[in-house]
Structures are given as structure tokens and as C-alpha cells.
Design a protein. Structure first.
Length: 121
């Protein structure tokens, strides 16, 4: 799907309440308050090795359907990727699988103004 069409679809789903976004500022606040959410990185392992966000759990988008049992249904999940198009797709997958507390970090890593990690851990 063309990026402009995808962006328009995301905007419509936000307006209709089908997709809930959260800012990087709010995610950072949740981390500081130890809110107990799952910060789900759905990028590829190669992307994850280049840049990581603190506290993130990596489950690549292509593997998500097969690894749903690794995620708690009773905790909030905040999905993201580089710009959160895949984060949005992950949220759709999670919602379809019965996860109710799902949000997408608006803008993904591109909008993360805080410290990032890089290279091997």
C-alpha cells in the first residue's frame, strides 16, 4: 500500500477510535513511573542491533503472529518501529488476537528525543 494511503488510513482509524497513539513524551513518562507496560519493538533484528530504545522487547512484525503467547493480555502494549507504520500493523494484529490495551508510539524511533542505545549489548 502506498505510504500516503497508509497514512490517510491511520489518520482515519485514529479519528474513528480504532487506533490509539501515544507520544514519545508520554511513553518516557510511563517508563519513569514504571507503569508496567510492554514496549514492543517490531523492527527487524538488524535494525534493532543498530539502534535500541530502553526497555524495549523485540518481536519482529513478521514473527508477531507466531509469538503472541509471549505477550501478556492484561498489560498495556505500546508498539513501535522506525516511524511506526509497522507499529500500527502490529497493533492491528494484536487487536485482532484479543489484546485490548494496545497503543502505537506516534512517529516511532524517529520521534524519540531521549537517549538511545546502539551496537551489541
Amino acid at each position: 500500500m502506498d505510504n500516503i494511503i497508509t497514512a490517510a488510513n491511520v489518520a482515519r482509524n485514529k479519528l474513528d477510535g480504532h487506533m490509539v497513539g501515544v507520544s514519545s513524551m508520554e511513553v518516557h513518562r510511563m517508563m519513569q513511573e514504571e507503569a508496567g507496560f510492554v514496549f514492543l519493538d517490531v523492527r527487524s533484528p538488524a535494525e534493532y542491533e543498530q539502534v535500541r530504545l530502553p526497555g524495549a522487547t523485540l518481536i519482529p512484525l513478521g514473527a508477531l503472529r507466531g509469538r503472541l503467547d509471549e505477550l501478556p493480555k492484561d498489560r498495556e502494549i505500546v508498539a513501535f518501529c522506525k516511524i511506526s507504520l509497522r507499529g500500527y500493523e502490529a497493533a492491528l494484529i494484536l487487536k485482532a488476537a484479543g489484546f485490548d490495551k494496545v497503543r502505537v508510539m506516534d512517529g516511532g524511533i524517529a520521534m524519540w528525543p531521549f537517549k538511545k542505545s546502539s551496537g551489541p549489548q
